[in-house]
Design a protein around this ligand. Structure first.
Ligand code: CP
Ligand code: NVA
Length: 329
């Protein structure tokens, strides 16, 4: 049978998504208390994961390599100058060859069609490690972080993480990290309000993908958009942002810094917008000072370092789900 791939959170039912988050949480507890079961330690023994990265990475690379190691497998890092990914060889040929020798491909690419192309012809699961459209591993880690920050009073099961009715405010660029986060929010019953400058909103085609995530969800989270940061922030439990200049957009730096003036997350903005008293802050990193002030980023409200660590537990959950358990989780 064709393997199952992780291209986006849109590929997962609410229950599957919540199960990945819960499994990440369980593995975190087990490993940190020295109780990793053999099913975890030997899950990928003798198996190689090809990590094909055409862009830089700190968290995704380190978390994936560490996760494969914890599972007893071998992570093989292949940077953009190491292999012929999208250069000098077709994606079809690369995918056929690498999938014939490994158990999984984890790929960081530019256009989403590159990772989708690898998946189309692969005999092993392909996990998207960031494309221009989606960043599913980040979203699993982000929901693990939310699950920890807003624990539900009783154990959660099925398609619920006990986060229904919470509100996320995204203030900044409408990008890959936002798109999968918004899909996760819709599926988990979390409202997400997005504030981006005129001209930097969510493309219509992506809005359709995000809204389609509501299908089959009894009370889906609502997506709203504005160009006024204060409007998005009103009553939010969590303020989230990302860089204003994603990889590949370096030539637009000046134009973007101008367009996003006034979007920096500060305590004053949160207050003016009327965020909830105990509001928290998240950012996938890497961070630049223009999008969030130090007073927020390094404050007690900030979840950014647990969020980054949770990339490890998310990577373990994704590898176990897609590779060890062959897409059934
Ligand atoms: N958040 C994230 O994906 O970071 P890296 O680009 O460093 O992997
Ligand atoms: N939006 C950023 C995320 C990096 C993790 C980028 O695509 O560069």
């Amino acid at each position: 049978a064709a393997p199952r791939h992780l291209m986006s959170i849109a590929d997962l039912s609410p229950t599957e998504f919540a199960n990945l988050v819960r499994n990440g949480a369980a593995r975190k507890t087990q490993v940190k208390s020295g109780q990793a079961p053999a099913t975890l330690r030997d899950g990928m023994a003798g198996q190689t994961v090809a990590m094909m990265f055409s862009k830089r990475s700190t968290r995704t690379r380190v978390s994936t390599e560490a996760a494969v190691t914890l599972l007893g497998g071998h992570p093989m890092f292949l940077g953009k100058d190491d292999i012929q990914l999208g250069v000098n060889e077709s994606l079809y040929d690369t995918s056929k060859v690498i999938s014939s020798m490994t158990s999984c491909m984890v790929a960081r690419v530019g256009p989403h069609s590159d990772v989708a192309g690898l998946a189309r012809d692969s005999s092993v699961p392909v996990i998207n490690a960031l494309s221009e459209d989606f960043h599913p591993l980040q979203t699993i880690a982000d929901f693990l972080t939310l699950h920890e920050a807003f624990p539900s009073s009783s154990a959660t099961s099925g398609g619920s993480l006990g986060l229904e009715g919470r509100k996320v405010a995204w203030v900044g660029d409408s990008n890959n990290v936002l798109f999968d986060l918004a899909i996760g929010c819709v599926k988990m019953g979390v409202d997400i309000a997005v504030a981006s400058p005129q001209g930097y909103g969510i493309p219509d085609s992506m809005k359709a993908v995000i809204n389609a995530a509501a299908q089959g969800v009894s009370s889906p989270g609502k997506l709203t958009e504005t160009s006024v940061p204060e409007e998005a922030i009103k009553d939010a439990d969590v303020l989230v942002t990302d860089t204003w200049i994603s990889m590949g957009q370096e030539s637009e730096k000046k134009k973007r810094l101008d367009a996003f003036a006034g979007y920096q997350i500060t305590n004053e903005l949160a207050k003016r917008g009327g965020a909830k008293d105990g509001w928290k802050f998240m950012h996938c990193l890497p961070r630049h000072a223009e999008e969030v002030a130090d007073e927020v980023f390094y404050s007690a409200r900030s979840l950014v370092f647990p969020e980054a660590e949770n990339r490890l537990w998310a990577a373990i959950a994704a590898l176990e789900g897609f590779v060890v358990n062959k897409g059934k989780f």
